[in-house]
Structure formats: C-alpha cells, structure tokens
Design a protein around this ligand. Structure first.
Ligand SMILES: Nc1ncnc2c1ncn2[C@@H]1O[C@H](COP(=O)(O)OP(=O)(O)OP(=O)(O)O)[C@@H](O)[C@H]1O
Length: 760
C-alpha cells in the first residue's frame, strides 16, 4: 500500500473517532441541559433544604454545561499508541489513548478521551525517544472546529527512526506558530513542549519563579499551570481560588479567553491596577514617583503616617458636657494612647479603646462634679453619664482631633497633599523624593498608589469597611425581607399546595436568598475582599513589580504558594526587579525555585538575534533563548533624513499591511509621538486603527512600548528606537520588548540614532 493511501486511511479513521467524540459531547450537553431544565422546573417543592439542594444542583449543572460548551473548538488534539504493558484501567485493551480538553467516557464508563491535565496524559507532552514512558507513537490531530485537517506523527522508536527531535510534533507546532495573530491569545494545549510541561505540572507548594526570554511561552505556561493546579488540587483550591495577576487591563483582555477554552472559569484575573478592591487605578507615568512609591521603605512611611494621626494634646483642653465644664488633660490622652497602642490592633479598632478609656475618665469627672454640686450622699447613675459624655459634641471633636477614624484614601490623600505631614512621616526621603510624592487632592489614584492604599488598609483596619459592609448587608437583608414578605403573600397558597413542610417565614426565604448568593459568587467575593486568602497566585510580567506590590501580593496568599513568570531583561518600570533574588529575598529569602524556559516560539531567528545584540550592546547580561524557526525577513532598518519620519511611515505602511495579510500590524512608538503618529495612521486607514487598551480588536494598532508588553503581532514597525531607550532613562528594556513582539517581520524607522546592535 502506498504511503499516501496509508495516510489517507489513517486520516479517515481519525475523522470517524473524532466524530464519535463530538457526538458524545453533544449527548452530554443534551443530558445536562435536560437535567437543568428538570431541576429548574421542579420549582419550590419539599422542605427548604430540598429547595436549597435544588439550587446547588442547578448551579452544578450550569457549570458543567458551560464547561462542555467551552471545549467545542479542537476538543481533541492528541493520541498515544502505547506499549501493551502500560496500565490502562478503564480503557479498551490495546486501544490508543486520546488526549483532549476534558476527560470523557461512554455510557458504559469506558474511557474515550483523557483530560490533558490527568497524569495519564503527561506522557503526551514528556515522552521522548530516549525516555519513551511506554509511548510507541505520538500523534497530533490538527482540527479546525470539528474538522480534522491533518495528523502529525512521531514514532518514538529510535531503532527505526534514529534520534527524535527536540521539539514534539514539529508539524503541529509549526502550524500553530505560523498562524495569523488575532489580538487574542489562544491556548497551546495541543503542543505544550516538554520543558513547559514540567513547569505546568510542578507541585503546588512554594514559590516557583520562571525566567524566560521573549516569546518562550511564559504567559502560556502561567495560564496552563493555573488550569492544571485547579484540576489537580480541585478540593484545596475550589474555595480558596487562584488569582492571576498581569500588567495591564489590555493584557488581561488579550489573555482572557485562554482559561475558559481550557474549561476553567473560576480563576480571578486582575491587573496590578485593580488589586485594591473597588478601585481602578491608572498607570503611573512619572518614573520618579513610581520609583519612590515602589520602595519597600514606603511601608514604614505609611506606618508612621498612621501613628502620626494618633496625636497628643499640646495643652489640657476644656470640654462641656450638658452644661458641665470638664478638663481633658494631656496626661489622660497620653495614657489612653498608650493603652490603645499596646493592644496592637489596627488604628480604627484601637481607637475604640482610646475612646472608651477617655470617655470613662470624663464620665468619672462628670460624676464627681455632679455629686459635688448635688451635695453629699447623692449618687448619680453612671451609665447615663457615659452616654452623655459620648454624645457631647465637644468631646467628639476633642477625641477626633487626637485619634480620627481614617480610610486608606483619606490618610493618603492628606499625606501626599500636605508637605509637612509627609516630611514628618518620611524623614528617610530626600527633598526631591518628597516632591515626587506630591499628589493633588482628588487626582486619580495610580498603580503605584495601589499597594500603599493596601498597606494603609492593613494598618487602619476594617472599621469603616466593616461598618459599611454591615450597613450594606443590613440594608440588603431588609430589602430581602420585604421581597420575601411580598413573595410570601403571593405564593403562600401555592407553597402550601406544593407541600412545603412547616411554617415558612419571610426570614427563611430571605436567608435562603443570601445563601444562594454566597454560593454563586465565590470568585466575585474574592475580588471584592481585600482580606481574601487565595490558595495560589500566578504573576505574569513579574519583573515589573515593585517591592511594595510584592508585599501586597504576599498578603493575598499567606501560604506563599506562587507561580511567578517574567524576564528580567524586559524590566522597564522604575521600581521593577534587577534580579529574581533581589525581588524575592525580602519575602521568601532563598526559598524559591528558579526554572528557565529556553526556546523562543514567537520571534523569527534573525529578529531575535538582533534584539539580543541590542541587549548585549547595552550591557544586559541575558541568556538568549533559541528561536524555534527561521524568519523570512531580517529586521529592516530605514535611516531617514530629518523631518521625513511620518512621510516615510505613510509610504511604507500600505505595503506592510499587505504583508500582514489579514493578520495584525503594530506601530510601536515613543510615548511623546503617540498622538501625531496615530493621527497620521488614522488618516491612512481610518477606523481600522486601534489604540492602546482595546485596540487589539482592530488589525492595525498604534501603541507605546510599555503597552505592547506581553502582546504579539504579525508585523511590527518600530519608530525612533533610541527615543524608546531615552524615555526610560537609558534602559534598553522597552526597545527589547518592542523588537520581540513580532511573529514575522520587523521594520525600524529612525531619523535619530540607531542603537548599537540592531543591524550589525
Ligand atoms: N508549546 C507551544 N505551542 C504553540 N505555541 C506556543 C507554545 N509555546 C509558546 N507558544 C506561542 O508563542 C507565543 C509566545 O508565547 P507567550 O506570549 O506565552 O511568551 P512569553 O514568554 O510570555 O513572551 P513575552 O515575555 O515576550 O511576552 C504565543 O503566541 C504562544 O501561543
């Protein structure tokens, strides 16, 4: 039989099997839909407990149905032919093992497909000719939607085929890598490489740092690891949850579809600007401000700012309670402050002790005075006096002047707006640094403020938040009760007929509503709760985080179970890391594991090499990832006469857009030129041009280097590379990032200097 006939026959057989898997998927969906409809239709029958069980079942069926719907595209992608002696419990003897997005069995519980995260699937990613792990042949199935387009085999039998390649499924991998970019990251579940797989499946505990150059799959690995951990440690992580942190909202949008496509929807995703609940901070554009606010010593500054708001009296103070003049002495205030501080509680909670102590002392004074004026033997009721003192306007003012309840926002707003307060809280900072911290009241909070607000919240305690939360919960309960009462009036008869046991009170129904709500929104509750303790935190582009941002993240996961991915060479933020040791030491000392990814899957070789030369010429010591494919084009550099940059850009862009051929093209420019360049590009291409966050849904994007971090495009045009360096005080990180965003072609236009290394 000719080779092509064999391939054809194999392809047909795979098409049949894949059709069988999809029809099983359809069956399971229909089953779940039916169960869901039946459960919902059952209505409010039986005891309250039954009703609440019904809600849990409905939620369960909904989740499962959502998962079954999410895995539609490329449901299956792999097959292993195994040695006879491999343990295959639950599988048809001798049958191949199929690997897909979820596990599936048929009616008789015979396994049809294994979840890619299951231990039985690991060999699909890890087996090599040298360590076959029982695998005779590995097959990649290449699907579009439900259609099998092709198969790609690797026979792991060295005697027959010699050394196996380093990269698995070369054909499948190349097909994935050369696809046009869409502005949305896709999953790599069909072609995860062995070094990536080892990281994805690493144990949950501890801090795992993954260093990797551009395009080595750090983001992809981080996302697949989150999905793996949720599968492997479902019980532990189900309620605590996993937090995934990325650099910006546009980046979060870029990656947001990956986890759902892997059947996971429960991961809380947040950009660094959104880590303080209820706040959406803007980027900090002033580098000096970002640098100072990122310093670890800001924790001390915030702490001092708080303690400075626990003031003593300059002199004794008169207060009037119900017409009686009392004296609040300096000594009493000092003593009350000592008592309150010695409780080691947050400011707002310790304030209760401070207030109680002084109110009691003033009440005693009041009692004495009243008794004196009433004459001997006339005792006065004390409880009533305490109330009088507490409600006196004078007393309230005096106590607030000494120890005001504070919100994080009110503390920092004043601290940064009033130089004398700041100087008193931050004696360690230089004059210029203090200036960099100035912030006009009412101006928007920035990403650099987020960890400071969090730090303040920690030190101030939940006085206000709890108060508000309780007030909010109370109001909600009241609304629920009113609703429930109305409902009861309408449906009482129906409930009775339906046979609900016992007496149903409005309170029961309201409580039931509350319970349902709690169950449904674990992820939402986590986002809204600053004190939520996550089971695991995944951090992408972690090199950019300041020590203060690390402090915040460490608080979010007291167990210190982290996956941290990044590239030290790409650091551009003023307070980012210069080494992983330096970034991690303050929090976990030496207790972290460092892994490295070594293959660049994105950037063609000639361009990756140019980017590396630029980094080396600037004195960066970076390990250079191997580019997995040759490019069609070396970087193209246009040196331009003064004043011709925009003209040249207009001239070349139509041709570059044509080369991108329906894929994405990005023009990456220095911040100072963003506006003019965008206007010029819009003139040419109108509404096809996107900008900044959200721009990725267009096929032409104009953006700054910082914004391009983590993203990728088919064609990249970089303008004035030297300015990209100058803008960040001579650091080459942003240019390095910009050059490595391309999957095909890089063009550089410059009137100014061309940085060393680009084209030599
Ligand atoms: N095993 C793989 N199979 C298919 N595609 C892959 C694989 N690994 C990485 N890629 C692709 O390579 C590109 C780069 O991956 P990713 O964005 O995760 O890299 P990164 O290391 O985070 O890059 P950077 O630091 O430069 O932002 C993506 O398009 C990703 O889908």
């Amino acid at each position: 039989m000719s080779e092509s006939t064999t391939v054809h026959r194999e392809l047909e057989a795979e098409r049949d099997y894949v059709a069988k898997l999809y029809s099983r998927l359809d069956e399971l969906r229909a089953e779940k839909k039916e169960q869901l409809t039946r459960t919902r239709a059952a209505g409010a029958q039986g005891t309250l407990q039954n009703v609440s069980e019904r809600d849990s079942f409905a939620a369960l069926y909904e989740d499962r149905l959502a998962q079954l719907n999410a895995v539609e595209d490329r449901l299956v992608f792999g097959r292993l032919d195994l040695d006879d002696n491999v343990n295959r419990a639950g599988e048809e003897p001798g049958a191949p093992r199929y690997i897909g997005r979820i596990g599936m069995t048929d009616d008789e519980l015979t396994r049809l497909m294994v979840d890619w995260r299951a231990p039985e699937a690991a060999a699909f990613y890890q087996a090599t000719a040298l360590h076959r792990q029982g695998v005779r042949r590995r097959r990649h199935l290449m699907l579009r939607g439900r259609t099998v387009l092709g198969i790609d085999d690797e026979v792991l039998d060295t005697e027959l085929f010699g050394e196996a390649d380093d990269h698995q499924g070369e054909g499948a991998l190349m097909a994935a890598l050369t696809q046009k970019r869409t502005g949305r990251m896709g999953d790599i579940v069909g072609t995860i490489q062995a070094e990536q797989d080892r990281i994805i499946r690493a144990p949950l505990a501890g801090v795992l740092v993954v260093q990797g150059g551009p395009g080595t799959g750090k983001t992809a690995v981080a996302l697949h690891r989150a999905a793996f951990l949720l599968y492997e440690h479902r019980e532990r992580l189900k309620s605590a949850g996993v937090l995934l942190v990325g650099p910006s909202t546009s980046f979060m949008r870029y990656i947001e579809r990956v986890l759902p496509s892997l059947g996971e929807t429960g991961v809380v995703m947040s950009s660094v600007g959104e880590l303080y609940p209820g706040l959406r901070a803007i980027p900090e554009h002033n580098r000096e401000t970002a640098r100072v606010k990122g310093k670890q010593l800001m924790a001390k500054v915030v702490a001092k700012a708080v303690s400075n708001r626990q003031r003593l009296l300059a002199e004794d103070r008169r207060v009037v309670v119900e017409g009686t003049r009392l004296t609040l002495t300096r000594g009493q205030v000092r003593h009350a402050r000592e008592r309150a501080r010695s409780a080691h509680k947050p400011h707002n909670e310790a304030r209760d002790i401070f207030v109680k102590t002084l109110v009691r002392e003033l009440a005693e004074q009041l009692q004495q005075k009243l008794e004196e004026s009433a004459g001997n033997g006339n005792a006065v009721d004390r409880s009533y006096l305490v109330q009088e003192v507490r409600e006196s306007r004078d007393v309230r003012i005096a106590l607030n002047l000494c120890w005001m309840p504070l919100t994080p926002q009110s503390l920092l707003e004043e601290l940064f707006a009033k130089p004398h307060l700041l100087a008193a809280a931050a004696p360690q900072l230089r004059e210029a640094e203090l200036k960099a911290l100035y912030r006009a009241p009412g101006s928007p909070w920035t990403e650099a403020d987020v960890p400071l607000l969090d730090e303040a919240a920690e030190l101030l305690g939940e006085f206000h938040a709890v108060g508000n939360k309780e007030a909010g919960a109370e109001a909600q309960l009241k609304r629920d009760l009113e609703n429930a009462e109305a409902t009861l009036r309408n449906v009482n008869e129906m409930l009775f007929n339906a046979g609900i046991d016992g007496l149903v009170e409005a309170e029961d129904l309201a409580a039931m509503n509350q319970e349902t709500e709690v169950r449904q929104t674990a992820a939402e509750r986590a986002v809204a709760d600053r004190n939520w303790a996550y089971g695991h935190v995944v951090v992408d582009e972690a090199q950019e985080l300041s020590p203060m941002q690390w402090r915040l993240l460490m608080r979010r996961c007291p167990l210190k179970s982290f996956t941290v991915v990044g590239d030290i060479a790409q650091t551009s933020s003023a307070s980012g890391a210069t080494s992983w040791e330096q970034a991690m030491r303050p929090f976990v000392a030496e207790r972290f594991t460092l892994e490295e990814l070594t293959v660049n899957y994105r950037t063609p070789m000639q361009i990756a090499e140019a980017a590396t030369r630029v980094a080396h010429a600037a004195g960066l010591t970076i390990s250079t990832p191997k580019a997995v494919r040759e490019g069609e084009w070396p970087p193209i550099v246009d040196r331009l006469p003064q004043g011709t940059l925009l003209e040249k850009l207009r001239e070349i862009l139509p041709g570059e857009v044509e080369i991108a051929d329906g894929g994405l093209l990005a023009v990456i420019v220095p911040e100072s030129r963003l506006r003019t360049v965008r206007a010029a590009v819009v003139e040419l291409f109108g509404r096809r041009v996107g900008t900044g966050s959200g721009g990725l849904s267009q096929d032409i994007v104009v953006l700054g280097a910082r914004e391009s971090k983590g993203l990728e495009f088919d064609v990249v045009v970089v303008l004035e590379p030297q300015e990209l360096i100058d803008e960040v005080e001579g650091s080459v990180g942003d240019l390095y990032v910009a050059m490595t965003r391309t999957t095909q072609r890089l063009r550089i236009l410059a009137e100014g200097t061309i940085p060393a290394g680009i084209d030599s």
